[in-house]
Design a protein around this ligand. Structure first.
Ligand code: GLU
Length: 385
């Protein structure tokens, strides 16, 4: 059977063997103009409890705090300030958890709230601590419910939207499956609002060949994602080897239907060659602080030869950075090739760019143990930011 025809077989195997599942639910699914819809939360809790009773472990990434709190603000304006949004999140988050608690309690299940900012996952030490907390909760049959800590977050430290946060959680907990519950039925070949005949795509076999930027720019009015961020999250998941299902959270009994083998939503199959958890961690939890422009030969060596980046291939250095910082790697036209941890500061890199390995120590004025500008083990090509 040709590879592309047997996706259902792969899907059935994924559903069968997946033990730890991250389910993300967006504001557009959970909320109505009145706030969080307790019936929707209740039905979600029914289905998640059922999955847990069948031996799965579930981490829920839930939006809805800002929507749940907005109606309690006195502001007459529909565009809220940052402070008002943060206040709304503070009001809404506890309301949201209260509804989840009650919904899961009906099944004798306990929930735990985990609020994160990017800063919490940026230090490797705190990242590993957070991982232990998740495992400890799961081992005690508690359902972790995660959201961004909207109330205290500042712009530089925000995930921005929960699709991104969920994709980082996949790596944090080493999940087996990512289910993204959204307001759309899945990914469509064309924009279904503009083209009613547009067909849903059942399975994306190789998301790395998709031009996500130009193909998906639709946004939903609730929440802050849209299909674009869901596809980026799916792309990251595939790099990590985690399959994604993007499916409508508005469909009744959606999880039950999916697990009974119905063709719902869009599956994104994982890449064949997956990246290590450590590479994924630095590429997406750290922010690139500068750029290295590299020549065509270096691009070839990185992309097709699996090589490290040598100073000889560096054409130009942009912005200031220190050794150990994450930097962008760009081709001579400025197109991003990947990201990596630089072994030299921008100042030293200026001195050694274009130089052969034998010239490096004399250009720097001190001897170096290794000449790589970025080692291949500390580089992620095709990083999705
Ligand atoms: N953290 C936000 C909230 O709870 C939602 C972010 C998003 O929509 O992705 O309201």
């Amino acid at each position: 059977m040709p590879e592309k025809d047997n996706w259902r077989e792969k899907r059935d195997q994924i559903l069968d063997t997946a033990r730890l599942i991250v389910i993300k639910v967006g504001s557009a699914v959970l909320t109505s103009p009145e706030g969080v819809d307790a019936n929707v939360v209740g039905r979600l809790a029914d289905q998640i409890s059922n999955l847990i009773d069948r031996g799965k472990q579930v981490i829920l990434v839930s939006s809805g705090a800002v929507s749940a709190g907005t109606n309690y603000l006195q502001s007459l304006f529909s565009e809220h300030t940052m402070a008002e949004k943060q206040a709304a999140a503070a009001i809404g988050q506890s309301r949201l958890m209260h509804i989840y608690d009650g919904a899961f309690e009906r099944y004798g299940k306990v929930t735990a709230q985990i609020l994160l900012t990017r800063d919490d996952l940026r230090s490797r030490h705190r990242f590993l601590n957070a991982r232990n907390t998740f495992y400890s909760l799961l081992n005690n049959n508690v359902i972790p419910i995660v959201n961004e800590n909207d109330t205290v977050v500042v712009q530089e430290l925000e995930f921005g939207e929960n699709d991104f946060l969920a994709s980082l959680i996949l790596n944090l907990v080493q999940a087996d499956l990512f289910i993204n519950l959204t307001s759309a039925e899945g990914v469509f070949a064309q924009n279904p609002e503009e083209n009613p005949a547009a067909e849903k795509i059942d399975c994306i076999h190789s998301i790395k060949d998709w031009d996500i930027e130009s193909q998906c720019n639709g946004k939903t009015s609730a929440g802050s994602g849209g299909m674009h961020t869901k596809m980026l999250a799916g792309r990251r998941a595939s790099q990590l080897g985690v399959p994604t299902l993007i499916v409508s959270g508005k469909e009744t009994f959606v999880l039950e239907k999916v697990f009974s083998g119905l063709d719902l939503g869009t599956w994104i199959l994982p890449d064949e060659k997956v990246v290590s958890q450590k590479k994924f961690w630095f590429a997406y939890n750290l922010d690139p602080v500068g750029s290295l422009f590299i020549d065509k030969g270096a691009v070839q060596a990185l992309m097709f030869g699996g090589k490290s980046l040598l100073p000889a291939g560096v054409l130009d250095v942009r912005d200031e950075f220190q050794a150990g910082d994450l930097v962008r790697i760009k081709d001579h036209e400025g197109k991003q090739v990947g990201v990596g941890i630089t072994r030299f500061s921008s100042r030293d890199m200026e001195k050694i760019k274009g130089k052969k390995s034998t010239q490096i120590s004399s250009a720097l004025g001190f001897s170096v143990e290794s000449e790589e500008a970025i080692h291949r083990d500390e580089m992620l090509l095709d990083a999705v930011h």
